[in-house]
Design a protein around this ligand. Structure first.
Ligand SMILES: *[C@@H]1O[C@H](CO)[C@@H](O)[C@H](O)[C@H]1NC(C)=O
Ligand SMILES: *[C@@H]1O[C@H](CO)[C@@H](O)[C@H](O)[C@H]1NC(C)=O
Ligand SMILES: *[C@@H]1O[C@H](CO)[C@@H](O)[C@H](O)[C@H]1NC(C)=O
Ligand SMILES: *[C@@H]1O[C@H](CO)[C@@H](O)[C@H](O)[C@H]1NC(C)=O
Ligand SMILES: *[C@@H]1O[C@H](CO)[C@@H](O)[C@H](O)[C@H]1NC(C)=O
Ligand SMILES: *[C@@H]1O[C@H](CO)[C@@H](O)[C@H](O)[C@H]1NC(C)=O
Ligand SMILES: *[C@@H]1O[C@H](CO)[C@@H](O)[C@H](O)[C@H]1NC(C)=O
Length: 787
């Protein structure tokens, strides 16, 4: 029996004991407490399970106590009826008024809601649940307020803090990005995360569990373009209800251009006008600068129009190209000046339309130098875009026409000259045309080598022979190369023989032969020359004829010379086989006006030789004519055989204009031997009158007077001879006396003047032996004589 009583006593004791110790602090300390986090100013719910331990049992009462307060702050009494009608009783203090017990559908989820939590609400709450039959239950809840961490601080890689309102960076696209976010404090220990565009990008805290400061370092190996113009967020969160403490940091990201393109179609560019080429770039921040390069060099002096928006840059260049730019690269370079290495370029090869640049070349198949008789092909090499569509060929400035029979074939850029002749020598140029224009090549000198041939005008000559005189014959040939060898032959009735043992002097294309004809019946001499190309085909011929006097000059005209004075010009006649020269004689045929008191009868019609002029050509100039006087002019030719007959007589002339004083003066003193005749004729007249008077009076006196007269007449002649001796060599031809004496001599001079000076001297001294021989300069024969 006592065994049954013991449990009963134990239960009663336990009940009593439990009731007794339920509200003691000791009891409360031992009760496990569930931690509930509350946030200042927000509502919090403290759970209290009111489920009866036995289903049949019923919930009776709930009491809420806080901390060690003996008085409940809230109660719910269901003793009078069902739970729904239970009465709520909040104590009239602040906390009680903000509290309300929520009976849930599920009794296990019943809870006390406290509105607008204050700092004083923090503490340990006890919920005591009484049932009808089951024993009372107690639950403890530890309400703790959440403490937000400090505002996050952001630091850059250098450890410098990013201040509020300022942004982080700049970061280079593709480069590393580093930012560190730090918070201190916070209960519970907060989480620290990095966000971009509401996407978590780093949720790993880098500091240790125990450190006071919580750090999250954001590291990006390659800063993505998507970070451009955006911001990052560092969020510190202690509790979801409390919300995050957020720090937003704008970041500056520099972008390199990711697109650059020359958008204008790559058409042919003309050199004649500037053309717009457009380039566009995008993707750069700040906007890229566009630069243009041509053939690796920046383009200068070009008009460039720019268009810049946020990250787009457009550039239109007004491009002036030259022919040399053809095939070169045009580069459009986009460069972000703030981004080291942040440049991108587009390049294209440009094609420039330009007029032809042409040059004439000998075709590679042609041997140079070109020899007569070979076929020659000239090529007109051109550089042009587009290709030339037309060619023309020029020879010495004349258009070359197609002549198939003549072997001249200008076909497009090829000029073929078949079996080329010397006359095709000269300067060749070609002209090519395309859409951009046309241009001439510089002249190409086509030199044609050819065998010697007689120089024009020297093919057939007549050489006069003078008995016992050696023949001097000159042969003139043309050839390229000019280096020639000469050989001479002569024809007799017996045949053709080479000239041997004669003196031959060769100088370039001229051979001078000194030949002593041994046989009398020699017909002709032939001169042959040979060079590298070949032998002369036709010899230069010299017919040997007996020397004759020359023919008279023909077609003489008298005209006003361009610089004043008069000019006489004739055409030379045949020279009779010898060198001929020309003589001009001027006579004064003025009818003198009678001196006062003297009759004029005796002088009427008398012509006085004023002067003679000698020239290598029948051309003369007269300066020294006196105005108011009348002159007779006569021209004839002379050679070693004699003078031409009859002389050409020109119509008489009268000069009206005054001759300049210095010319007159010179003429009076040196070149007018005839003027000396005036005192002579006046004296003459006086003498006749005196003689007539004397004869009438006395014969002896007359004889004496006659003797005196003769003496007087001789004096001027003697004086004249003296004058002659004083004359210089230049005046020689103008002197009447010198002329008549020097006739033979000077003719020889002219024959010789075409030879060397030494030879001239030799020859003349052999021909003539005169005491006052004066040589004319060798060059004299080449110019017109002027008087
Ligand atoms: C919460 O309490 C504070 C002070 O205790 C008070 O200023 C505030 O108005 C209350 N808020 C609400 C919503 O009752
Ligand atoms: C309540 O909970 C907090 C946080 O866990 C703790 O620091 C505090 O000591 C607790 N208070 C009591 C009375 O248990
Ligand atoms: C931050 O910027 C805002 C507006 O841009 C300005 O009103 C504010 O004063 C700035 N704060 C600081 C600390 O510079
Ligand atoms: C932010 O994210 C949304 C959705 O993920 C996206 O549509 C939007 O383009 C993003 N914005 C930026 C600036 O990346
Ligand atoms: C063609 O060339 C030949 C030989 O040189 C010449 O005789 C002829 O006149 C030329 N024809 C024309 C049309 O020039
Ligand atoms: C020279 O003689 C040859 C033969 O005797 C003859 O054929 C030729 O015509 C002659 N030439 C001259 C220029 O007389
Ligand atoms: C020379 O010119 C003059 C006037 O200047 C003129 O009277 C004379 O007829 C001209 N003589 C000749 C030959 O032309």
């Amino acid at each position: 029996m006592p065994r049954e009583i013991v449990p009963k006593i134990a239960i009663v004791f336990w009940f009593a004991a439990s009731v007794a110790c339920l509200d003691t602090p000791e009891f409360q300390r031992n009760l496990p407490a569930k931690v509930i986090w509350g946030v200042l100013g927000k509502d919090v719910e403290l759970p209290c399970d009111i489920t009866p331990p036995i289903p049949s049992d019923n919930f009776k009462m709930v009491f809420w106590f806080k901390d060690t307060d003996g008085m409940p702050l809230y109660s719910l009494d269901a003793r009078g009826g069902p739970l729904g009608e239970a009465s709520h009783l909040a104590m009239s203090d602040d906390l009680g008024s903000r509290s309300y017990f929520i009976k849930d559908e599920q009794p296990s989820k019943a809870r006390l809601r406290i509105r607008n939590v204050t700092i004083h609400d923090e503490g340990v709450f006890r919920c005591r649940v009484d049932f009808d039959n089951s024993p009372t239950r107690n639950f403890q809840v530890n309400l703790t307020l959440v403490v937000q961490p400090s505002a996050p601080r952001i630091f850059n890689a250098e450890g410098n803090e990013i201040k509020r309102n300022s942004s982080a960076g700049p970061f280079l696209e593709g480069d590393e990005l580093f930012l560190s976010c730090q918070v201190t404090g916070g209960r519970p220990r907060p989480s620290l995360t990095w966000w971009h565009n509401n996407t978590l990008i780093d949720g790993v805290v880098d500091s240790s569990e125990t450190s006071f400061t919580i750090v999250n370092q954001l590291t990006r190996r390659h800063t993505p373009r998507s970070f451009w113009k955006s911001h990052l967020e560092c969020r510190a969160s202690s509790s979801a209800i409390a919300g995050d403490v957020v720090r937003v940091v704008p970041i500056v990201v520099l972008l390199k251009p990711n697109k650059v393109k020359i958008v204008t179609p790559n058409d042919l560019l003309s050199i004649h006008k500037p053309q717009n080429v457009k380039c566009e770039t995008s993707g750069s921040y700040p906007p890229a600068k566009l630069t243009w390069l041509l053939d690796g060099k920046p383009i200068r002096n070009a008009v460039v129009t720019e268009e810049v928006t946020d990250s787009f840059t457009g550039s239109i260049i007004s491009l002036n190209v030259v022919a040399d730019n053809d095939g070169k690269d045009l580069v459009c370079r986009a460069n972000n000046p703030r981004f080291p290495g942040g440049s991108l370029e587009d390049r294209r090869q440009i094609h420039v339309a330009y007029p032809p640049k042409v040059s004439v070349k000998l075709d590679s198949g042609v041997n140079s130098p070109v020899k007569e008789g070979t076929d020659v092909t000239l090529r007109c090499d051109s550089s042009a875009r587009p290709s030339p569509y037309g060619y023309r060929w020029y020879h010495d400035g004349h258009l070359v026409a197609l002549n198939e029979s003549g072997g001249v074939l200008p076909i497009d850029h090829i000029l073929t000259l078949k079996s080329i002749q010397k006359k095709s020598q000269g300067q060749y140029a070609c002209f090519a045309t395309n859409t951009e224009g046309g241009s001439y090549s510089s002249p190409f000198d086509l030199i044609i080598q050819y065998a010697p041939r007689c120089k024009k005008g020297y093919e057939v000559m007549r050489v006069g022979i003078v008995k016992h005189e050696p023949l001097v014959v000159q042969c003139h040939v043309d050839s390229i190369p000019e280096d020639v060898r000469f050989s001479w032959t002569y024809n007799t009735s017996k045949g053709v023989f080479p000239v041997l043992g004669a003196k031959m002097h060769n100088n370039g294309g001229v051979s001078t032969l000194h030949f002593n004809p041994s046989t009398e019946d020699i017909d002709s001499l032939s001169c042959w020359a040979t060079n590298d190309v070949g032998k002369q085909e036709q010899p230069c011929l010299f017919y040997i004829i007996p020397a004759e006097t020359p023919e008279s000059p023909r077609h003489c005209i008298l005209r006003n010379a361009s610089h004043g004075g008069l000019e006489v010009a004739c055409v030379a006649g045949a020279d009779g086989g010898l060198h001929q020269s020309f003589v001009l004689e001027v006579n004064d045929v003025t009818i003198p006006s009678p001196p006062p008191g003297v009759t004029t009868l005796s002088d009427q019609g008398e012509a006085k030789l004023l002067y003679r002029a000698l020239g290598d050509k029948p051309m003369f100039r007269l300066h020294s004519l006196h105005p108011g006087r009348e002159y007779q002019i006569m021209v004839y030719a002379e050679n070693a055989k004699g003078r031409s007959e009859p002389p050409v007589l020109l119509p008489s002339v009268r000069v009206e204009a005054e001759i300049p004083a210095d010319t007159l003066h010179e003429t009076d003193t040196t070149t007018r031997p005839g003027s000396e005749g005036y005192p002579s004729s006046r004296q003459n007249l006086t003498v006749i009158l005196v003689a007539l008077t004397a004869a009438a009076v006395l014969l002896i006196v007359g004889i004496v007077a006659t003797a005196v007269t003769i003496a007087c007449r001789k004096t001027p002649a003697a004086a004249r001879r003296q004058t002659t001796r004083r004359k210089s060599s230049d005046d020689l031809e103008m002197s009447e006396a010198g002329f008549s004496e020097g006739f033979q001599r000077r003719s020889a001079q002219y024959r010789a003047s075409m030879y060397g000076l030494q030879e001239t001297e030799d020859r003349i001294s052999r021909l003539i032996d005169g005491p006052d021989l004066i040589l004319a300069p060798v060059s004299f024969s080449q110019q017109n004589s002027e008087y």
